[in-house]
Design a protein around this ligand. Sequence first.
Ligand code: BES
Ligand code: MN
Ligand code: ZN
Length: 494
Amino acid sequence: MAAIQLSNQPLLEWAGDSLAIGLFEDAVELTGELATLNEKFAGILKEVIAEEEFTAKANSTVFTRVSGGGSVKKIILVGLGKPDVLKVDSLRRAAAAAAKVAKKQKSKTLGFSFPLWNNDPVATAQAIAEGVQLALYQDVRFKSEPDDKGSKVETVELLGFEGQEAAITRANQIVSGVILARELVAAPANAVTPITMAETAQAIAKDYGLQLQILEKEDCEKLGMGAFLGVALASDLPPKFIHLTYKPEGTPTKKLAIIGKGLTFDSGGLNIKGAGSGIETMKIDMGGAAATLGAAKAIAQLKPNAEVHFISAVTENMISGRAMHPGDILTASNGKTIEVNNTDAEGRLTLADALVYTDKLGLDAIVDLATLTGANVIALGEDIAGLYTPDDAIASQLETAAATSGEKIWRMPMEEKYFEGLKSGIADMKNTGPRPGGSITAALFLKQFVKDTPWAHIDIAGPVWADKENGYNGPGATGYGVRMLVDWILETEV
Ligand code: BES
Ligand code: MN
Ligand code: ZN
């Protein structure tokens, strides 16, 4: 990660490779300090604004080489959009846009002159730092040689933010969790397996002093986790049920759980995904578990006063002579029987046993994240996660957290009547309903396995991955959910 420094140095005296200046839309006349800066560089800022018709629309950028001033090589003007609709995420995105320009321009040092959001230097510094770090991250683990061997942005300085060191530390801690999630999701299924997921949990436990319990197949058998183990049957790799626990020093104010769907590969099973189904992308099917471990890594460093359980039933959904057959009946750990009318609806089977297990821990709330359904992508598109919960309080907490983190989410209805689509003639329920409302029946299925704890389910099948560059995300794994979960835990703690 780049080193982020803070100073109260005047804009006019800053020295370095690139200086990024945030401007509001329709207010690109340079006044005050900026007018002086423009004069210092012989009017080139006004010229570039006019020549490129720069109006400071959100995330638009122009840059120019400057000379004569001596100490600054390039100025990057960054649009912030209209001031009345400025959100904290607007600054995160604008900072990301500037960082990308600086990187392309081979700048090693980058200064930021950005306004405050909501008169809040803490939230503003944190958001700028997150945007910069998330935008500059590049995954070169699977390249024998990096594509661009050029210089990196090494040092970033936020002007006017002296004293906000704690906000930068927090941003870096959270980003380390997002990057972990991105790396787990981006790694292919021959690199990230149930075993390596368990090892990752072990490394977090060891590095930050969290408690860890890994339930092996035999342990899961003893607990009667027939739904999870049914999915795991055909894999040559052992399933791992991961339970990481963060406990604060004092008495916890709240006890929370995050559960993540952890399919390190989803072939569909015997209802195998065909050509054109995106089967080759199904390494992403542990995005919920990745966000869970990413959040654990961040929370372990942030040390809130809440107790947090991070749980995932990890396996692959494969085919072999041992595979569950379409039509098999599985018994979950709460005794409910499930007719598996489609082996490709496997995530909800693994989550069923994870939810039963977590529900018994006697916690204040459970949130699960899962790349659960293509239907959620059809409903909300690639960028927006679906939020499903019968609990209005958790819904509004998560909506607030998502607004702060800039991760898009939309509450969907839990239409109980649709559960009729899951009725089975032979077992308590089927695992798959009709195509219409497929993400809703999936959520209603999960609801059967939560008895006592307030619960919410977030379907992240779309936003787990960004095909194209999108703000501080993509192309590639986004680490969706980590920042929202961290914010939810920190805000719910009190
Ligand atoms: N992992 C998939 C869902 C998915 C689809 C994630 C696209 C990311 C991108 C899930 O296990 C699945 O296969 N769901 C089926 C359910 C169907 C069989 C009821 C689906 O969505 O088609
Ligand atoms: Mn599937
Ligand atoms: Zn799946």
